[in-house]
Design a protein around this ligand. Structure first.
Ligand SMILES: Nc1ncnc2c1ncn2[C@@H]1O[C@H](COP(=O)(O)OP(=O)(O)OP(=O)(O)O)[C@@H](O)[C@H]1O
Length: 313
């Protein structure tokens, strides 16, 4: 069952179309990541889905309700955490959450208890009575997410939940998100971190220039982009090896030094390469191959290939 469905969802600012005819579906209980370079329309899409922004044309339904006609019903059932802090820095963590719980209709005593419970469960009990202005970035982001989820929402929208955080705080937030999912919440998140999408998402939509360039599971997306090839050669042969592989339709996507004088070159290809002709050509050119291997394309390669292709066209 889909909890989100969009048809031709479009947003223009003046004569600029920043979200251009999006059609996508989000399955109940899944984590769906919207990925894309800066300015590709991720935030605008999430703002439309969470009723904060009206589409210029097209429509979106969340839990069966139209985000414009039935905006109030949508709002009652979703949680939304934007890129900017929603909590009040002059209040304590407990006061902030109590306030959000009261705003969602809880009675004062119940709200206070609920706020304490949440802070306890999400490792912020020690900081419950400190003013938020003294919190670290990671603590504050966690509190933000709690504020957006005081009442467990059926659908949770998170706009770049871990941008700027250290690895430990990011891990904590991944844990939270998976907690919500385990409890039945569907999550839509935007991210610029491919590892985040790979770790959390059941499905990914890659946006570029306001359009969908790929959608599917991480495995489907990487398979659609093609294959990868790793080649270890002497550093001095690098230029010639890259030139030769380019002749086979490979794109260089990265390199790492292996030892003092050898280098691992990584290539992306549209299709699974045949190694024998490549090895013969390298040999004929006098290039010493230390190691060669095929691998699946990574999500990084998929992202670069897909977003480059549309930018170039
Ligand atoms: N209120 C606005 N008025 C005019 N243009 C806007 C407005 N809001 C967003 N845009 C433009 O729409 C485009 C898409 O912005 P959006 O914030 O949705 O992208 P994004 O993919 O979330 O980017 P980022 O990763 O940088 O957050 C950008 O070029 C932005 O400048």
């Amino acid at each position: 069952m889909n909890v989100i469905e969009t048809e031709g969802l479009t947003r223009r600012y003046g004569d600029r179309t920043v979200v251009d005819g999006l059609d996508f579906r989000v399955r109940k209980g899944s984590v769906h990541a919207l990925l894309g370079p800066n300015g590709s329309g991720k935030t605008t899409t999430v703002r439309m889905l969470s009723t904060l922004l009206r589409p210029t044309s097209g429509q979106a339904r969340v839990l069966g309700f139209d985000t414009v006609v039935d905006a109030v019903r949508v709002r009652q059932r979703i949680g939304s955490v934007g890129q900017f802090h929603s909590v009040d820095p002059r209040l304590t963590g407990a006061e902030n959450l109590t306030m959000f719980a009261r705003l969602s209709g809880m009675r004062a005593r119940v709200a206070r208890r609920h706020a304490r419970d949440l802070l306890e469960r999400f490792d912020l009990a020690d900081a419950a009575d400190q003013r938020v202005q003294n919190y670290s970035g990671g603590m504050r982001r966690r509190l933000d997410i709690l504020a957006g989820t005081v009442v467990r929402p059926a659908v949770l929208f998170l706009d770049e939940p871990t941008t700027g955080l250290d690895p430990r705080s990011r891990n904590d937030i991944f844990g939270y998100i998976l907690n919500f999912v385990a409890a039945g919440t569907t999550v839509v998140l935007t991210t610029q971190y491919l590892d985040e999408a790979e770790r959390l998402a059941d499905a990914i939509t890659i946006l570029d220039g306001g359009r969908t360039v790929a959608t599917g599971t991480p495995a489907e997306i990487t398979a659609a982009v093609g294959a990868g090839l790793d080649l270890v050669v002497t550093s001095a042969d690098r230029g010639r090896a890259v030139e030769l592989l380019t002749g086979f339709g490979a794109r260089e996507v990265g390199s790492t030094a292996v030892q003092e004088d050898s280098i691992r070159l990584s290539f992306g290809l549209d299709e699974e390469p045949e190694l024998l002709p490549i090895l013969r050509a390298l040999d004929a050119d006098g290039i010493d191959v230390h190691d060669i291997g095929r691998r699946r394309a990574s999500l990084d390669e998929a992202f670069l290939a897909l977003t480059e292709r549309t930018t170039a066209s």
